[in-house]
Design a protein around this ligand. Structure first.
Ligand code: R2B
Length: 366
């Protein structure tokens, strides 16, 4: 009865409300469609809300903008999700030249190409490190020693975080000094030890010693080793412990530094002791690399080629040609790994969605 008595004004009111609801429903359907289209463009993956990195500085949201000083980038002028959101592999090595060569190599191996007359661009404007992006692979130089790689990792982790990267894998592809192994042998580190043989990276924070575990991902090390065997190219790959020194000379018991207060005899005894403990090589970055990636919930591996057998000497006398052949060996292994991961994913997606592979196989522009 009451409905019958509705005034023209009340009916007008109901009508307005219905129109409003209808408009809202159309708007929300539009939004859903937009999301669906974006989702399809991204290979049927929902754009992530946040990266998979963990344990980062809770105050990061306060830095608006945040300047990544040594990379010469900031969150105000770089659209991190757009530029770096697709990064899946971060490969790091000591020198800018080697990482540029690796970038070109991975471009070829992934059948990606640049538009004609373009070269790969060093995206780091901070002049400390070189950074190249080849599709889902970042190739970055880290300089020498833990302090240098640690600065870079802080800024790369923030980059991954702002870009909302998903499960990036970090791999250091470098050179090292072998202990009782042939020069040219590739070493996959099973763990990174400090010079007291502890799997630990020590930093002094506000005057206090803080220790972080520097164990590496065993599964990733095994996965890499499985790709080395059998190897078409003739080189050996071993898995073993890496000792990370803060110095190239006394810190690695070399006899040819500007200072040397020990004997050749004590050096040999020291190296034999290391060998007896399962150590196969020296590097200068692995503890910081292993500990920081572990802290950020990132899978990581260290794959280095030995340029000398320290049981036979201290000076690196290998000719440039040998060094050039050897530097390609860790790159070969890591390229195989990247291709395998991407191909497995494409095959999996094909099985689940019955969609054609988009990104591996045919040539596509970076
Ligand atoms: C290997 O080579 C460099 C020293 O020459 C250092 O970065 C390392 O770990």
């Amino acid at each position: 009865m009451a409905a019958k008595c509705k005034t023209a004004g009340a009916m007008q009111c109901d009508l307005t409300r219905d129109v409003c609801q209808l408009k809202e429903s159309v708007r929300s359907q539009g939004k859903q469609l937009g999301r669906l289209v974006r989702h399809m463009k991204m290979g049927c993956k929902k754009p992530p809300n946040q990266s998979t990195l963990k344990g980062l500085n809770p105050c990061l949201p306060c830095f608006k903008p945040d300047f990544l000083y040594h990379l010469g980038m900031d969150t105000a002028t770089t659209n991190f999700p757009k530029v770096f959101g697709d990064v899946r592999f971060v490969c790091m090595g000591g020198t800018p030249g080697r990482m540029e060569r690796f970038a070109y190599r991975i471009m070829k191996d992934l059948r990606l190409k640049l538009s004609p007359v373009t070269t790969l661009r060093n995206m780091a404007d901070g002049h400390r490190f070189a950074l190249y992006k080849v599709g889902p692979v970042l190739c970055v130089s880290h300089g020498m020693g833990c302090p240098s790689i640690s600065i870079l990792l802080h800024e790369l982790f923030k980059m991954m975080h702002y870009a909302k990267c998903q499960n990036p894998v970090f791999i250091r592809i470098g050179t090292c000094g072998g202990i009782g192994i042939e020069p040219g042998t590739v070493v996959i580190s099973s763990e990174a030890l400090d010079c007291k043989l502890n799997p630990c990276y020590e930093v002094i924070v506000q005057g206090k010693i803080v220790q972080h575990c520097s164990k590496l991902d065993q599964c990733l090390a095994q996965e890499l080793q499985s790709l080395a065997n059998p190897c078409e190219v003739d080189f050996e790959t071993v898995v073993g412990k890496t000792i990370c020194a803060d110095d190239f000379y006394e810190g690695q018991s070399r006899l040819d530094g500007a200072f040397c207060d020990y004997t050749s005899h004590s050096k040999t005894a020291y190296l034999l002791g290391l060998k007896g403990n399962g150590v196969v090589n020296f590097d200068m970055e692995s503890t910081a690399f292993a500990a920081l990636t572990k802290r950020a919930n990132i899978r990581s591996a260290v794959v280095c080629v030995s340029v000398i057998d320290r049981m036979n000497g201290d000076q690196i006398r290998a000719c440039p040609k040998s060094l050039s052949v050897w530097e390609k060996r860790p790159q070969e292994l890591v390229s195989r790994y990247i291709r395998k991961v991407l191909l497995d994913e494409v095959n999996e997606a094909k099985k689940v969605n019955d969609v054609p592979a988009r990104c591996v196989g045919g040539e596509s522009e970076i």
